[in-house]
Design a protein around this ligand. Structure first.
Ligand code: GLN
Length: 310
């Protein structure tokens, strides 16, 4: 068992990275996200023995955005099994920006390269069982309630609506995928479910607990209940390594070396077997869409505690 950090050290580290809070840009392509404040920084570590230490604005809630792609993948695997999911979405990293469209044309039969880019995530969202978008999102929320043991978690309607109204690129990805039968049903309803999924709102303590559950091979830390089958938890962590940080995943694997997933709201979730879950919130993003403060802090943690899985 690795030595634990103290809250004081975590607070000190957060202050050390605070100057980077203005080194990037808060996302504004989803208009509602631009209201986030660059200095609302928070970090939490959830150890496998159930202890959670944290620093900063830990009560501040933020939307999951692309971090939801990992959780939705776990649920889609539970709902449909591995063969069905990977019959529609590939397993290879793209090295392209998360919203890129152009590789869809390059592969026949046309299928998104992986579930962490938007094209793949839209297809995964479409696979979650449920007749209506609200039923699908409701099931995803129940899944998150189970993982966090907090039944008050919901989605932010303003952020969901703001993305739904402006998601022209995601709409075009969906029309393309529908043409090629990767998604079924209504494009607008799938986009409705996806934007609500991305707008699920929680804080770093919740997120670090989800990271810890993945690190614990899908088992609830308190009850020992298998919430995600071990094999599916492993699939999710593998995608986090190969494509969790968009087209910065290679550099992140070298510098930090842990399974992690970021979102354009500025959240990052890390998951380290034998250690626990890590969550950082820092809304300013680098040009690839990763939290500047999040990357710095996780790199510091990884170096100090030798967390690299390689
Ligand atoms: N909802 C966002 C989108 O589809 C999520 C992207 C992200 O976090 N990278 O554009």
């Amino acid at each position: 068992m690795r030595k634990k950090l103290t809250t004081e050290i975590l607070e000190e580290w957060l202050e050390n990275v605070r100057p980077y809070a203005y080194d990037g840009q808060v996302a504004d392509y989803i208009p509602a996200l631009s209201k986030q404040h660059p200095e609302d920084l928070a970090v939490a570590i959830y150890y496998l023995d159930g202890e959670c230490i944290h620093a900063g604005k830990v009560e501040t809630c933020f939307t999951l955005q692309s971090i939801s792609k990992v959780i939705a993948l776990a649920l889609a695997l539970i709902d449909n099994g591995e063969d069905y999911v990977f019959g529609h979405v590939g397993m290879e990293p793209t090295g392209d920006p998360f919203h890129s469209i152009y590789r869809l044309e390059q592969h026949r039969p046309s299928k998104p390269l992986n579930p962490m880019i938007n094209a793949g995530a839209l297809a995964v969202s479409n696979m979650i069982h449920g007749v209506t978008p609200d039923e699908k999102v409701g099931r995803l929320l129940s899944f998150i309630h189970e993982m966090t043991d907090d039944h008050s978690i919901s989605f932010n309607r303003e952020v969901a609506f703001s993305e739904f109204e402006t998601a022209f690129l995601n709409r075009s990805l969906l029309y393309y995928l529908k043409q090629h039968k990767v998604v079924t049903g209504s494009v607008e309803e799938t986009l409705d479910a996806y934007t609500k999924q991305c707008s699920i709102e929680l804080n770093v303590m919740h997120l670090s607990k989800i990271g810890a559950l993945f690190a614990n091979d899908g088992k609830d830390l308190n009850s020992g209940r298998q919430i995600i089958p071990k094999h599916f938890a492993r699939i999710c962590k593998t995608f986090m390594v190969t494509c969790g940080m968009y087209d910065a995943s290679g550099a992140f694997a070298i510098k930090v070396g842990i399974p992690a997933k970021s979102g354009v709201s500025g959240g990052v979730m890390g998951s380290v077997n034998g250690f626990g879950g890590i969550a950082v919130y820092g809304p300013a993003l680098d040009p690839k869409g990763n939290s500047v403060v999040g990357l710095k802090l996780i790199e510091m943690l990884s170096n100090r505690y030798d967390l690299s899985i390689f």
